[in-house]
Write a protein that binds this ligand. Structure first.
Ligand SMILES: N[C@@H](CCC(=O)N[C@@H](CS)C(=O)NCC(=O)O)C(=O)O
Length: 220
């Protein structure tokens, strides 16, 4: 049985969960939530298995796979199912990997920077840090809006779905995508309607108030 170490509120954990749910791949969830002392062994495993103690981590027998994108690549190769996680066409696959990098490096990275500014500031963040991250987030939105005007995404659920869904879900809480970016807004809505994604949204709901210091909006 596959094991996935992660947290139900974590965007990167969602990346792996969406791939697993979409293909109906059986797995055991190893929760790292710090509120429950019973998770101490799971936390200790993550601390050792990843160079920066980050999750998700997939364990398949004697194999340990770290980094969400690598987990999806591993699942596509070893546990294929109805969801085409990595497009069969090599050029489409290269494009899916490129867009995955955009969501990780320029969307969710800036969301994380805002969240970290709140945590480090004890609820009163460094405004220049928040402003800089929001500016970069808006630049990523605008780039994606233009890109979506001339490109087609691979069919859902792919690597792109797995990274775009949590990234856009949380990013909109930090900075509204807004009506001026209709393609990106439509993509967010389309992603949230997918069963694999809505399951992640619902399972994360109980953590909203405690684990999103900028304040979770009363929607979604
Ligand atoms: N590059 C990693 C990033 C994973 C990541 O940042 N995970 C966050 C949760 S969303 C985490 O482990 N945070 C806890 C920590 O940094 O100690 C990946 O793609 O899997």
């Amino acid at each position: 049985m596959l094991e996935l170490y992660g947290h139900l509120f974590s965007s990167y954990t969602w990346k792996a969960l969406i791939a697993l749910y979409a293909n109906g791949t059986p797995f055991a969830f190893r929760d790292v939530d710090q509120a429950d002392p019973a998770n101490a062994a799971n936390q200790a495993f993550v601390a050792k298995a990843h160079p920066a103690g980050k999750f998700p981590i997939l364990v398949d027998g004697d194999k340990t796979i770290i980094e969400a994108t690598a987990i999806i690549e591993y699942l596509a190769l070893n546990y294929p199912g109805p969801a085409p996680l990595i497009p069969a066409d090599p050029n489409e696959a290269a494009q899916a990997r490129m867009i995955d990098r955009v969501f990780d490096n320029y969307v969710i990275a800036n969301v994380t920077q805002v969240v970290m500014a709140y945590i480090h500031g004890g609820g009163t963040p460094d405004e220049s840090e928040v402003g800089g991250a929001k500016k970069r987030l808006v630049a990523a939105y605008d780039w994606l809006e233009t890109w979506l005007g001339v490109h087609t995404l691979p069919p859902h659920v792919s690597l792109v779905t797995c990274s775009a869904a949590p990234s856009l879900f949380y990013a909109d809480w930090i900075e509204r995508i807004g009506p001026e970016r209709p393609r990106l807004g439509a993509l967010r809505a389309q992603l949230l309607a997918l069963p694999a994604v809505s399951r992640c949204v619902e399972d994360a709901r109980p953590f909203r108030q405690d684990y999103f210091p900028p304040g979770a909006p009363d929607r979604d």
